[in-house]
Design a protein around this ligand. Sequence first.
Ligand code: SF4
Length: 182
Amino acid sequence: MKRSRRMVVLCHCILNASAIVEGEAAYAGALENLLLPIARDGLGIIQLPCPESTFLGLKRWGMTSEQYDTPAFRRHCASILEPFIDQVEDALENGIEILGIVGIKGSPSCGVRETCLGCRRGTARGSREAGRAEGPGVFVKVLRQELTARGLDLPMTEVDNGDPEAACWEETRKSLEKGKRT
Ligand code: SF4
């Protein structure tokens, strides 16, 4: 079978629940409702790296966007993104269609339209105690900046990985096609 020459870019934990903060994963391994239809649609997948687990490891607490919004974490995001943006740029230069990027609703790092705010200094508060807020997470902000710096612009949307049954590729694909941006 010929390749479709079409791809989608997914945030890491859509394919790997083990990267999610301890106790917060709502599925065993991968978000099936999203991935199986993507595979059936004949799309290739670029899996972005997980910025939090590559920065603080799997023993990290749930934190908020303000807590991650530091020079060191932003630099880390830019650094781990570089080879993936190279891959995206090269694919586009070679005529491959990239439908867009799928982030994680409410994540302090990977939220696209909704993130997590409400840092309470001095305590080990989990992200579930913080509030949801409009706006992108830190990793997505850096991703946009790095894409823009190369003259690239891809639609972005997000899925709620806390509700795996509700994840729907059809809706996600439509959202990307509309080019929804925050
Ligand atoms: S939302 Fe982003 S930072 Fe959080 S586990 Fe998933 S990939 Fe990692």
